[in-house]
Design a protein around this ligand. Sequence first.
Ligand code: PGA
Ligand code: ZN
Length: 425
Amino acid sequence: MKIQYIDAYEILDSRGNPTVEAKITTESGISSKASVPSGASTGTKEAIELRDGDKERFGGKGVLEACKNIREKIMPAIKGIDVTEQWEIDKTMIELDGTENKSKLGANAILAVSLAVARSGAKYSHLPLWKYLRNSLRFKKDENYDFPVPLLNVINGGVHADSGLDVQEYMIIPSGIKGFANRMRAGAELYHALRNRLAEQGFRVAVGDEGGFAPSLHSNEDALAQIANTVKSSNYELGKQVKIGMDVAASEFYDKKKDLYDMKLDQKQLNSKQMAELYEKWIEDYHIELIEDPMSEFDWKGWTDFNKQSGDKITIVGDDLTVTNKKIVEEAHKKKAINSVLIKVNQIGSLSETAQCIQAARNHDMSIAISHRSGETEDTFIADLAVAATAEYVKFGAPARSERVSKYNRISKIERKHHEIISFS
Ligand code: PGA
Ligand code: ZN
């Protein structure tokens, strides 16, 4: 079914900043929408999010230009192409833009259309989005797939909150529990238990951008201890059913000139070797399963050394390092820097390039985590993408706040349907 018309307009994201939504209408009159998220702690090699820069509107963050690019440049170029031709449509947009980082049309413009195209294709094919994506993006089917493990961000720091924590995210990982909805139950119960524990100690329990608490703790390690103690005093077994994870987002506090990591809260300036030693201690003491961005994107040696030290014990995830770019994933593989890749659709700016990055990770036996951004919309597209790609992990924030929970809920519902189909067949 051919594309007839594309509309694009500004909507607000979860932080109250404008973002792009695109709406595609086919010749048969079916329409589908998709919107794009926005990060705060971005990698320098991410595709460019086009912002108007007009300080009179949204402090310069308007996206009218990106919307106009969809209506006036992208629409004429892809009008008349069949909505199921995802690869051809993405390629056409990428060529129309012509830059390495999508700075001309804007990655936000291209991605909104790319995702809406996939939704249209799924509707036209009468398939649930995840199943359609599995076919169109050529992901492998896995009969034994037990849905992803959620990385639930329960304490927020870094640029996502004013907690003073240098580490950006502390996560509950219910990886020893079978079934997605059961994992979410554990995550939600522990989230509430953590809230009570923090409140009892007099810490504030207001939340940060991703729905995790933002207490002014005494040290970065204290956050790990708070979570570990919460799990220990619950019905869940720490280290077996539930583990702990961190997104350090270390690029944010790396001093490039001094080649040091400036942990302000701990009043420590550490080199990458000392950081690795610190992580090693935390891995042992707190049942850490996963660390994302342990080193800066400019510190490749730090990554390689850390992966050598700890890569056989824990999952080491590249985010700002790899920015969903298949070429950088290849480089990271060659340098033995990571064993897992974070996947964010807006870091690369099209669905087919996202699929290529996932493929690159798979070619090198790396696990993947499909991720939201700190600025999100109510669009649940990435939930379907995670199931389609049989992702090991999903990272959609805390088990609270609807822009996060809607994505987790979408996976729970796919899982429920899956079990229904199995029990009836
Ligand atoms: P961001 O944070 O969306 O602000 O980049 C998420 C992350 O670093 O994983
Ligand atoms: Zn990250």
